[in-house]
Write a protein that binds this ligand. Structure first.
Ligand code: BTN
Length: 265
């Protein structure tokens, strides 16, 4: 068995966590790990349960986009969270998740990895990973959150016409195959630490760290939201993940969700 073969046993072996990845649902192929995770959460599966696959037939990205990934190449997984947060605070999970992914890729590959609000991870101006968070809410109460993560590890996104210019992978950057299991373990370990710190009230220092890795903070950007385009300087996000854009006239505009790109001007 190759050192990169995914299985529940291989994932759990040597994993230094007490919660994340201690329950693993490994599927050689599935529709979408987010969908399987939602069904598992509804059945009461515990926080930290990891749902991971080698292949998705209906992998989804943000804004109902398709998430492309060829079989057996990348990391495609979802985690169940049952956090003590209000629904409006759940963006904090995306902050700690993107921080864990960016730092793990930096640590394991040496690549200069940055975070692009709201949920993308970039290397050399190209997307290398994405996060899709989905919540279940009853009234004001958050039941659970599914955080789905796709990381381009050994695929070659340049072969896919729609993302050939905008995406990259670890293999493309390092010019060699990269083992997925070690990277997954580091992500789960960092994420567990940051999640604990979030619950200990340490979000401000995690957000400061996120700011230092942010691709857009204090940069000139274009923001596309609900069919309109806005130009300005991106300020730091607030505690609920809301982005403030300051335009030339010093007018501030806030965005909960949008597509941002660095301005060419
Ligand atoms: C994005 O950048 O738009 C988010 C991409 C999230 C993709 C991952 S792959 C594992 C999980 N299952 C899915 O269907 N989507 C997420």
């Amino acid at each position: 068995m190759s050192s990169d073969t995914l299985s529940a046993e291989a994932i759990k072996e040597g994993l230094q966590t007490s919660c994340f990845g201690q329950e693993v649902i490994y599927l050689s192929s599935t529709t979408s790990t987010n969908r399987v995770a939602r069904e598992a959460a509804q059945k009461g599966m515990q926080e930290g349960t990891l749902i991971i696959t080698n292949h998705q037939t209906e992998g989804r990205g943000r804004l109902d986009r398709t998430w492309w990934s060829p079989s057996g190449k990348d990391l495609l997984f979802s985690l169940i969270f049952r956090p003590s947060l209000t629904p409006t605070q759940t963006f904090r999970l995306t902050v700690v998740t993107s921080l864990a992914i960016a730092e793990a890729i930096r640590q394991e590959t040496g690549l200069e990895t940055l975070i692009k609000w709201p949920n993308d991870i970039f290397v050399k101006g190209k997307k290398i990973a994405g996060i899709l968070s989905e919540l279940s809410v009853t009234g004001e109460q958050l039941d659970y959150v599914i955080v789905g993560i796709g990381i381009n590890v050994n695929s070659d996104p340049t072969v896919h016409p729609e993302i050939s210019n905008s995406a990259t992978s670890i293999r493309r950057e390092l010019r060699q195959d990269f083992p997925r299991l070690q990277l997954l373990a580091v992500i789960l370990e960092l994420l567990e630490t940051y999640y604990q710190r979030l619950h200990e009230g340490d979000f401000p220092s995690l957000k400061n760290r996120w700011d230092t890795l942010s691709l857009i903070t204090n940069k000139k950007v274009s923001v596309e939201s609900m069919g309109s385009l806005y130009e300005g300087t991106a300020e730091s996000i607030d505690d609920d993940g809301v982005l403030t854009l300051r335009d030339r006239t010093d007018t501030k505009r806030k965005f909960v969700c949008a597509d941002v790109s660095l301005s060419l001007l």
